[in-house]
Write a protein that binds this ligand. Structure first.
Ligand code: NAP
Length: 291
């Protein structure tokens, strides 16, 4: 057996609950191998009542950095020494780096999302966006749209009034004035709004396995080749919404890209190196298959 399996010079990992099926170990361990680094990325599937003591214990044991996912993206914050600007404004952390015993929180969901749209920046700026969903993922997406891009306006739509109100309250401190919010049942002229928008983003679980026949937009004729359609769902890789977009000649972007780039930014924060994103994408496509 390779000597490397007996000794690692550093370890990182993911805290979440439940996370048994996470693709993150595949992405990071492949990237460590790519750079010939004897680091390892592990899963810490801990129930909420054990979260704080697990973080403190692993910090004591020398963990170099880690990701946090549901349900810990907010509860990690009081345990940290510093927050970067994005994670502070979003109020959620998905990446922690530890240097000289100090834990700093970052949010690479927003920076990763932005990177996936860098090539489309000219199309997006000064255009209208519709964002379906007002949950955790939508918050990071909204931050990227209003801080890294120069969109004309974003309309956020969600079925859940509480989520809409919470997101609205959160964004008030951002000092941006180009976001409007609506509950699905109150929306007027949605079809026209979809037709006027340049980019349509699904940040809801609609269309996700085990319900792949659902789509946040039901009428395919609302989509045209001028649209960019972004579905954060990555299981299945090609959701019904993305199939509809492709059929109409629109640009269709799947959630795998955001997953890869949020990981790539975390990898760079910990190691100072670039993730081999093409290799990771290939492996993820193999791992996910069509399901
Ligand atoms: P979340 O916090 O539960 O937010 C989803 C929101 O969508 C909820 O407020 C939900 O309302 C709402 N919703 C459900 N059906 C809707 C509909 N038909 N119309 C409008 N709003 C609707 O979930 P999340 O963590 O933000 O994740 C959302 C999706 O993004 C998931 O599919 C997740 O897998 C994906 N995601 C992808 C990435 C990536 O890297 N690609 C990262 C994060 C998340 P209720 O609460 O009332 O159901």
């Amino acid at each position: 057996m390779n000597e490397k399996f007996y000794h690692y010079s550093a370890f990182c990992g993911l805290f979440g609950y439940p996370i048994k099926h996470s693709l993150s170990p595949l992405m990071h361990n492949l990237s460590f191998d790519h750079h010939n680094m004897d680091w390892i990325y592990l899963l810490f599937d801990v129930p909420p009542e054990d979260f704080e003591k697990s973080v403190i214990g692993l910090k004591t044991a020398g963990i170099r950095g880690f990701n946090v996912t549901m349900p810990f993206k907010e509860s990690i914050i009081p345990l940290l020494d510093n927050l970067d600007e994005g994670s502070e404004k979003i109020g959620a952390v998905n990446t922690v780096n530890i240097v000289d015993g100090e834990m700093t929180g970052y949010n690479t969901d927003h920076s990763g999302f932005y990177k996936t749209l860098e090539n489309h920046e000219d199309d997006i700026n000064e255009n209208k966006i519709i964002l379906f969903g007002a949950g955790g993922a939508a918050k990071a997406v909204l931050y990227a749209l209003t801080h890294s891009l120069e969109v004309e306006d974003v309309l956020v739509i969600d079925i859940d009034e509480k989520k809409i109100n919470a997101l609205k309250a959160n964004t008030e401190s951002w000092g941006v004035h180009n976001i409007s919010f609506s509950i699905s049942e109150n929306i007027i002229n949605l079809n026209e709004k979809i037709q006027e928008a340049k980019i349509i983003i699904n940040a809801t679980p609609v269309g996700m396995t085990p319900n792949p026949d659902n789509s946040i937009i039901e009428d395919i004729n609302l989509l045209t080749e001028k649209h960019i359609v972004y579905d954060l769902v990555y299981k299945p890789q090609k959701t019904k919404l993305l199939q509809m977009a492709e059929n109409k000649g629109a640009v269709a972007i799947g959630g795998l890209e955001m997953l890869i780039y949020q990981g790539a930014d975390a990898f760079t924060i910990w190691t100072g190196r670039e993730m081999p994103v093409d290799k990771v994408r290939e492996k993820f496509k193999e791992a996910l298959g069509n399901g």
